[in-house]
Ligand binder design. Structure first.
Ligand code: DP6
Length: 320
């Protein structure tokens, strides 16, 4: 029987950048994210003793670079003695371009695979397995506002507020849809090894998390905006000062930042964040979404925009 699950990507407002333990993929810093609703990855898994090797189809294309990581994740879920699996992935947004496609992919994968293997696992256990494959994926097991904790022994994740508690809107401006030149995992290791700002980054994170958590619980948009932009720019400063430097932005990313600044000075409730890619994510109150989207659509270098509210964590879909 083929089992299918869906997960949505999440966007970190306070970023995960750095690993405490590369082997166990434990984050060096806590992070805080929002889970989206209209972007999704669906993963279906079928284990079969007949298959000679794991198979992966991504948006109808066979294979792909993800297969070794998918196999490793399946080993974690179902054990290394498991039968081989056929995995089919469908994603409605650009992959590996800094839009958290690995987060939604691994979150959906662990949910589908554990059910296909006949296990009933709780959400935190599933989050730990997804997080071992990709740190940010642990957060996509939960909906709304989610914290991934920098814990010394295990991946730890918790929801701090539901999507309905504070329905923000995220407008994504895609400025270059191609795959990123350096993976975030590799870039984090380079930052830790060579950026003179890395230890300050790690040292200040608890303060930013506390500020952002309070802002979410108090629904204080201005406070969340200020700490989120600051944290994003700090993370990119760490990257820029790494050797060799890691620069994910392009000129359109900067143009989008200017657009957001202009919207802010016109009185709109919006702020930006940028991950390991050149896309800008504008987080806003729902009544600002139309004006934010049309301003970003008009920005030179923007290929397309996507809009999403906040949504739920990874879940099973009907078995086929
Ligand atoms: C910039 O979760 O992709 O998006 O654990 O190595 O797979 P790995 O890293 P990944 O890193 C995400 C980095 C980020 C910030 C964030 O999502 O918190």
């Amino acid at each position: 029987m083929r089992t299918e699950a869906q997960a949505q990507p999440n966007i970190a407002l306070i970023k995960y950048w750095g690993k405490r333990d590369v082997e166990l993929n434990l984050p060096a810093v806590s992070s805080l994210s929002v889970t989206l609703d209209s972007l999704w990855t669906k993963m279906s898994v079928e284990f079969s003793a007949e298959l000679p090797a794991d198979e992966l189809v991504v948006n109808t294309a066979v294979g792909g670079d993800m297969l070794p990581r998918v196999s490793e994740c399946l080993d974690l879920v179902a054990g290394t003695e498991r039968p081989r699996a056929s995995v089919i992935s469908e994603c409605n947004f650009p992959i590996a371009a800094g839009l958290a496609s690995s987060a939604s992919a691994f979150a959906a994968l662990v949910v589908a695979a554990s059910r296909a293997a006949g296990f009933e696992k709780d959400r935190l256990s599933l989050a730990r397995m997804a997080g071992a494959a990709s740190g940010s994926a642990a957060r996509s097991l939960f909906g709304g506002f989610v914290e991934l904790l920098a814990n010394e022994e295990k991946i730890d994740v918790r929801s701090i507020a539901d999507a309905e508690a504070w329905p923000l809107t995220v407008v994504i401006a895609v400025t270059a849809a191609g795959a990123k030149p350096v993976s975030s995992g590799e870039a984090m290791i380079r930052s830790a090894e060579s950026s003179p700002f890395y230890s300050r980054w790690v040292g200040q994170q608890a303060m930013d998390i506390a500020t952002a958590r309070d802002a979410v619980l108090d629904k204080d948009f201005g406070k969340l905006a200020a700490v989120s932009e600051h944290n994003c720019l700090k993370m990119h400063s760490v990257m820029w000062a790494s050797r060799p430097p890691i620069v994910y932005w392009n000129s359109a990313t900067l143009a989008c930042m200017e657009v957001v600044r202009q919207l802010q000075s016109d009185g709109h409730a919006v702020f930006f964040t940028i991950d390991a890619g050149p896309q800008l994510k504008a987080v806003c109150l729902p009544d600002a979404a139309d004006v934010v989207r049309s301003a970003l659509d008009d920005c030179s270098g923007v290929e397309r925009t996507m809009v999403s509210g906040l949504g739920a964590g990874a879940r099973l879909l009907e078995s086929k």
